[in-house]
Design a protein around this ligand. Structure first.
Ligand SMILES: Cc1ncc(COP(=O)(O)O)c(C=O)c1O
Length: 398
């Protein structure tokens, strides 16, 4: 404004910037490493940054091999290929999850059996699982929702006399969380990681398959590399490489692995920031929980969360939708989560049979995820909380 301009009689309140649902941050040496990967002359998969990032993950989880993939979806697809599914085989998946958890197995020809979740962790319900097992089941896929381990003890007990069934972890949310000191990602025969921009550690689009059974390593390397034994060749194990098996091009470009490594190097700082955001939300909302009739997430004492997200369960779908709309109108961007897969068009198409998943339906209608990212400042969480509390109050009055 020029100096001589008249000051308006009433100054409008400055418009606050929107608080997005998610925002990625540069946390360390991303730019430097990406440049190095480009200048190396070998920016494709299988380069030095792939090896370094995979080594960090393998060490964290205690796995014999980790292969970086283009996404968590492709890591799940590679898991499905390793299972050698035959016509008539089924795979049990939670209904309350992202499509990839199910689609990777449907794509390899499995029919799906949708299992409900239990209401404490929103992970697979072992009691429902026990009713779903028959001779056709080849695998059970678990998700550690929001970064909190599902009921691993209950699931292991149900599968105790079925060593023929592979346990697969879709660990898109759970990296660096634990269940009774066991790292999430180390529990299944395979675990799939995600480094999509919405996750704790990002490289744009990316993922990894964690191979926890040494017996899978050689074949996984072939399927990973377009069905060839190129990896064995690069490791000096064979003197030429050729086509050996089915497979695809699953490898993450080294340019993206460079981005990922820089993020993984800041693991402690990232997790501490996310934990602090989670704790701020929890502390600020807990005093209102009873009055507002909302449920806050719990982390059972035997688990360490991976601090992937913060969600709230509202009274019903109508209230959740009103709160969502009201908060968005005020520049705060919460979001809902999964539409239960068993009720989706594709879920019905690929299901082995109909199953009932009432908890998934209930939770899906009532769940609201609050903005959650590393750099979310205390002033912003305060604004999210006050907008939320005010919106729930307004929704209760209508
Ligand atoms: C549980 C779960 N599995 C898999 C995925 C897919 O991950 P990606 O985008 O890396 O394929 C997501 C994505 O949000 C997810 O939430």
């Amino acid at each position: 404004m020029p100096e001589h301009a008249a000051t308006p009689a009433t100054t409008p309140a400055p418009e606050l910037p929107d608080i997005p649902f998610n925002r990625t941050a540069v946390v360390g040496r991303e730019m430097d490493y990406v440049q190095q990967a480009i200048r190396s002359g070998h920016p494709a998969s299988g380069g030095a940054f792939n090896a370094r990032a995979a080594a960090v993950l393998a060490e964290a989880v205690g796995a014999p091999e980790v292969l970086l993939t283009t996404s968590c979806t492709s890591a799940l697809e590679l898991s499905a290929m390793l299972l050698d599914l035959k016509p008539g085989d089924t795979v049990v998946v939670p209904s309350f999850t992202f499509t990839s958890t199910a689609l990777a197995f449907a794509r390899q020809g499995a029919r799906l059996v949708f299992c409900d979740i239990e209401p404490t962790t929103l992970g697979l319900d072992p009691r429902h699982l026990a009713t779903l097992l028959d001779d056709s089941v080849r695998a059970v896929v678990i998700v550690h929702y929001a970064g909190v381990a599902c009921d691993v003890e209950g699931i292991r007990a149900v599968l105790a006399d079925r060593p023929d069934i592979a346990l697969v972890e879709d660990n898109a949310h759970g990296l660096f969380g634990t269940w009774r000191d066991e790292p999430l990602g180390s529990i299944g025969r395979f675990a799939a990681q995600s480094f999509h921009e919405t996750k704790n550690f990002v490289c744009g689009e990316g993922g990894a398959i964690v191979l926890n059974d040494e017996a899978d390593v050689d074949r996984a390397r072939v399927l990973y590399d377009k069905g060839t034994n190129r990896r064995a060749f690069l490791l000096g194990q064979v003197d030429k490489y050729s086509w050996k098996d089915t497979g695809s091009s699953f490898g993450l470009a080294d340019v993206l692995a460079a981005y990922l490594l820089a993020q993984l190097e800041q693991r402690d700082a990232i997790q501490a920031k996310r934990r602090a955001v989670h704790e701020r939300y929890h502390a600020a909302l807990a005093p209102y929980a009873d009055d507002l009739g909302i449920t806050l997430p719990t982390v059972p004492a035997d688990r360490e969360s991976a601090w992937h997200m913060f969600y709230v369960l509202l009274r019903d779908r109508e209230q959740r939708n009103e709160v969502l709309t009201s908060m968005r109108r005020q520049g705060v961007q919460p979001t809902f989560h999964y539409v239960p897969l068993h009720s989706s068009d594709a879920g019905r198409m690929f299901a082995a049979r109909e199953t009932e998943c009432p908890v998934s339906e209930d939770v899906s209608g009532r769940l609201l995820r609050l903005p959650f990212y590393n750099e979310l400042a205390a002033a912003d969480t305060d604004r999210v909380v006050s907008t939320f509390v005010e919106s729930v109050g307004a929704a209760a009055r209508v």
